[in-house]
Design a protein around this ligand. Structure first.
Ligand code: DX5
Ligand code: ZN
Length: 218
């Protein structure tokens, strides 16, 4: 399996010191940028201007996690801006095949995210058209929530499906990732880990990233 990747989520960073907060996580494997519209989720965060600011100030590959309705309309601009992966929620797109094609045409990797209550069967037919499957391990909307343990079998089922189909896509988990939950998520088959509070809540963010990576690889 490819090496475990740790993607800090800047939702949990101190927004008043963004440049420093980006420097603190420069040893990460990528940067996770949440976008929330106060409609798809009961919170508002990010958007095109924050994404542009972050892209201009980091060398890390950015994956944009769009927790917004009408992703078909709003997602392509994040590919145009230069996000490495643009992840839309399956529940927020009515034309996922077309969206995937469009994001690829614009040069971005394609991610699809599932809310905890959305079964894996809803995305099976799309797996060969995407680069990253995001299995939410909390209800999207806020940092600092507890990992939903019932998502472990879903991750394992996704890994089996991806393996049996011989696909290359990465399996990302987001929400409640800690030194303890990352071990179970990695064992189940996830290989990209979003970590908000676990990284930004640590005194030494670089050490926290290294520890999480080691735990996921153990
Ligand atoms: C929540 C966001 C997450 C959030 C994770 O809806 O999608 O990316 O920042 O934060 P933690 O790691 O604290 O659960
Ligand atoms: Zn996220």
């Amino acid at each position: 399996m490819t090496r475990a990747a740790i993607h800090p989520s800047i939702l949990n960073a101190d927004q008043s010191r963004l440049a420093e907060e980006l420097t603190r996580v420069s040893s990460a494997d990528g940067l996770h940028l949440d976008v929330m519209d106060n409609h798809f989720v009961p919170n508002q965060f990010g958007g095109p201007s924050l994404v542009e600011t972050v892209l201009a100030r980091t060398d890390l590959a950015v994956d944009a996690h769009l927790m917004i309705t009408d992703a078909d309309r709003w997602a392509p601009q994040y590919a145009e801006m230069g996000c490495a992966v643009v992840t839309a929620h399956l529940e927020a797109t009515t034309a996922p095949f077309r969206l995937a094609k469009e994001l690829r045409r614009l040069g971005a990797g394609v991610g699809l995210a599932l809310r905890p209550a959305t079964p894996l069967s809803a995305v099976t037919h799309l797996l060969s058209h995407i680069d990253l499957l995001l299995i939410m391990t909390v209800e999207p909307g806020f940092g600092g929530q507890s990992f939903i343990e019932e998502m472990i079998p879903k991750i394992a089922q996704a890994r089996r499906l991806v393996g049996s189909a011989g696909l290359e896509l990465r399996i990302q988990v987001d929400g409640g990732v800690t030194g303890s939950t990352i071990v179970r998520a990695a064992e189940a088959g996830a290989d990209v880990f979003v970590a908000g509070s676990a990284v930004y809540g640590a005194d030494d963010a670089a050490a926290a990233i290294g520890e999480l990576r080691d735990l996921a690889a153990a």
